[in-house]
Unconditional design. Structure first.
Length: 174
């Protein structure tokens, strides 16, 4: 029962500070889940993150997999509610306030101030993902090519995932 309370508090906190989306809190999530509470190791966290990326739907559903690994079905339910419900409630009320402030200077100032913070948080999350996911030169090459291709033109991500997986199988697994 103690673990369920801990999971609820940790993931509710992560929900509230997830300005810029779930990727923005990935470094903090890793810090808490892996290094602070020692609920799982780096590799297990990396595997769950990877599963969240390839599964259909929002990638942050990975938090429910973490909850499941730590406390079964109850853990998945608690973590899912703790991570998604506070944000839903906050978004509902923020949207109502946002509509009322549509012509306010405060709204414009807040938007201009939050945008760079959100971008910084997302970049931090991207760095954390890269640190977790790229463990050799082949992984770095695949990431660089993927970034280059997507910077140049829009391509279906499934094609890039397939090409990256195939390249890794051909060149890295010998």
């Amino acid at each position: 029962m103690y673990k369920l309370y801990s999971l609820a508090w940790v993931f509710a906190f992560l929900s509230i500070v997830a300005v810029g989306g779930g990727t923005a809190v990935l470094p903090e999530m890793e810090q808490l889940v892996v290094h602070h509470f020692h609920w799982m190791g780096d590799q297990q966290f990396r595997d769950i993150y990877s599963l969240g990326q390839i599964a259909p739907g929002p990638n942050m559903l990975m938090v429910m997999v973490i909850g499941y690994r730590l406390a079964g079905i109850a853990g998945a339910a608690v973590v899912g509610l703790a991570f998604f419900l506070p944000d839903c409630i906050l978004t509902f009320f923020a949207n109502r306030l946002w509509s009322r402030l549509s012509e306010s200077r405060w709204r414009t100032a807040l938007q201009r101030g939050l945008a760079p913070i959100a971008i910084g948080l997302m970049l931090s999350g991207t760095y954390a993902i890269a640190r977790l996911s790229i463990s050799n030169v082949m992984g770095l090459a695949i990431a660089a090519v993927t970034f280059g291709v997507l910077s140049w033109r829009r391509i279906n991500p499934l094609l890039l995932i397939s090409a990256g997986g195939l390249a890794y199988l051909i060149f890295a697994v010998r």
